[in-house]
Design a protein around this ligand. Structure first.
Ligand code: ATP
Ligand code: MG
Ligand code: MG
Length: 550
């Protein structure tokens, strides 16, 4: 692993180690198991794990499972799989719900210190009385309850004596604070729901702002890294650590979240795309989820290189999704075997080639990486070419096949188009060509030149294959949402095109997740879900062309 590039959090870590403020760096990646991880999470994962790795520290994977309404063990499973797949090993595997008893005790401590109270106001009333940026909040009439009464009520909240929403526990801080987060934030709420981990043991659940600092402190996290929207919560984070008298003092640092063009990146929205069947699951290759990217054919190396390149900053920005494409091309360039596939086949009969004869031609597996060796591909009287590579009536700059024109078949011979066969509707269904045996690839033929080289697959041995071609799932930047529209109005109706074609016979044994560069088409991944013994299905990872520059 290359060292991570320098960033402001890394500088803080270096200073803290030097000054002896911390002896060992401990970070954590704290997903809420309410959905699958996406590329934005990958940024946070890389940051946390690489930071600790570099300084011999530790990183925990902690499930921030304090909101049972939305959480599920399916998500826990997928998150573990995705973090491992990205190539990281966690030190501790923890669940915030394992700390519920400890958190409860810390809340009791706050009550005893006169720093928390049970409030009977409804959630709406609490919200209203919190005030605004320009207007101070109003104190709840229950704010002055005695410690004894608060202790009794809080215990009865835990016992299940009250309904959802009937009572909450609030911190007693300052309703006049300029920071709204400090205006007596809610610490606990009642929710009579089954929790994926603790079952029905609890019916009160801690809020994020109370739970998160405690989780960090309990685990001895030193640098608690989160996204910028939590900057205003930092005073509350520090308040909780201090007033709960935690032994360890973690510190929160904020960085800019990743935003990508043509991409929605919130689990809520991604879940909506899944639930409303815009895509076929969280791992649909069009999704920006780690599992979607994996199925599409992205590699952990390409995602980590991307995260390293985008870096860690303190201001929000929008990254071009083409940058991610750039990194998978770079990663596969030397790794992926080259091969030929015809996506939309047109039959070509080579009329002067002996009937029944099949010859084997030599082809490099990867001209950019000669160590990968050679492959053999059959050639005979009948081949398939791409429908696009023929035009009956071409424009002047068209250098592919047209009546009377000669092109090179990659790895094979020059062929010349003589006849065009059509069906009763006038559609071209077959071409009759002749080949020139003198022009065989590799023989050094220089007699004459052709302007076009096209790919092909020998017909009798061709392996049928399905190709799934993708366009961005979201048409416009999500930020371009106009009045009355939601991101669902920007879902691209043409994000998936499925075509049936052919690949070289040596592709027969291809396994799920094998990756290839199809000559002139781009990089493809063998789809792990749809591929069967009988049928190969390829996902387009990325095309070859790019205008993107780093
Ligand atoms: P979402 O809004 O997509 O549901 P979240 O922040 O609610 O994301 P969590 O499961 O709470 O998701 O996040 C786990 C960690 O990942 C947090 O530390 C969070 O800051 C980080 N994270 C989430 N989204 C991004 C992003 N787009 N860029 C960078 N980090 C992110
Ligand atoms: Mg969340
Ligand atoms: Mg969120």
């Amino acid at each position: 692993n290359k060292p991570s590039s320098s960033n402001f959090i890394k500088s803080i870590v270096i200073d803290d180690l030097k000054s002896g403020k911390v002896k060992e760096v401990v970070t954590r990646f704290p997903p809420e198991p309410n959905g699958y991880l996406h590329i934005g999470h990958a940024k946070s994962i890389c940051l946390n794990f690489e930071l600790a790795d570099e300084f011999g520290g530790k990183t925990n994977l902690r499930f921030d499972d304090t909101n049972p309404l939305k959480e599920d063990t399916e998500y826990v499973q997928s998150i573990k799989e995705d973090v491992e797949w990205l190539g990281f090993e966690w030190d501790g595997l923890f669940f915030a719900s394992d700390y519920f008893e400890e958190m409860y005790n810390r809340a009791v401590l706050l009550i005893k210190k006169g720093k928390a109270y049970v409030d009977d106001l409804s959630p709406e009333q609490i919200r209203e009385m919190r005030g605004t940026l320009t207007e101070p909040g109003k104190e709840s009439p229950y704010r002055s309850r005695s410690v004894e009464e608060n202790l009794d009520l809080f215990e009865r909240m835990r016992k299940g004596e009250f309904k959802d929403g009937e009572k909450v526990l609030r911190a007693k801080i300052d309703m006049g604070s300029p920071n709204i987060n400090m205006r007596d934030p809610v610490l606990y709420r009642i929710a009579h729901v089954t929790h994926h981990n603790t079952g029905n043991k609890w019916c009160i659940y801690p809020m994020y702002d109370f739970a998160h600092p405690l989780e960090d402190a309990i685990e001895g996290v030193t640098h608690s890294i989160c996204t910028l929207e939590f900057e205003d919560h930092r005073p509350l984070y520090d308040w909780v650590i201090r007033e709960c008298e935690m032994e360890n003092t973690p510190h929160q640092y904020e960085f800019a979240r990743l935003n990508l063009t043509n991409t929605v990146m919130s689990k809520r929205k991604l879940k909506q795309l899944v639930d409303e069947k815009f895509v076929d699951g969280w791992d649909d290759p069009r999704m920006p989820t780690i599992s979607g990217l994996r199925r599409r054919g992205f590699t952990p190396e390409s995602i980590r290189a991307f995260c390293r390149e985008i870096g860690v900053a303190r201001s929000n920005s929008l990254v071009d999704a083409k940058m991610l494409d750039h990194f998978i091309r770079e990663d596969l360039k030397l790794k992926a075997p080259r091969t030929m596939g015809v996506l939309r086949p047109l039959k070509v009969v080579i009329t002067n080639y002996p009937e029944g004869q099949v010859e084997m031609l030599d082809a490099e597996i990867n001209p950019e990486n000669p160590e990968m060796g050679m492959r053999q591909i059959p050639f005979s009287r009948e081949i398939y070419i791409e429908q696009d590579d023929f035009m009956e009536d071409p424009p002047s700059k068209y250098h592919r096949l047209y009546p009377g024109n000669e092109v090179r078949l990659k790895h094979a011979y020059f062929i010349k188009c003589n006849d065009v066969i059509k069906d009763e509707n006038g559609n071209v269904i077959e071409l009759h060509c002749t080949y020139d045996p003198e022009t065989k690839s590799g023989t050094g033929f220089t007699g004459r030149k052709v302007k076009g080289t096209i790919h092909w697959v020998e017909a009798t041995n061709a392996v049928p294959a399905e190709f799934r071609l993708y366009e961005p799932l979201i048409l416009d930047e999500e930020g371009a949402e106009e009045e009355g529209k939601t991101f669902l109005d920007y879902v691209n109706p043409n994000s998936l095109e499925i075509v049936q074609g052919f690949v070289e016979p040596n592709m027969k044994g291809a396994k799920p997740h094998d990756k290839f560069q199809f000559f002139r088409h781009g990089y493809f991944n063998v789809d792990p879900k749809h591929t069967t013994e009988e049928k190969l299905v390829f996902n387009l990872i990325v095309s070859l062309k790019s205008s993107f520059k780093l």
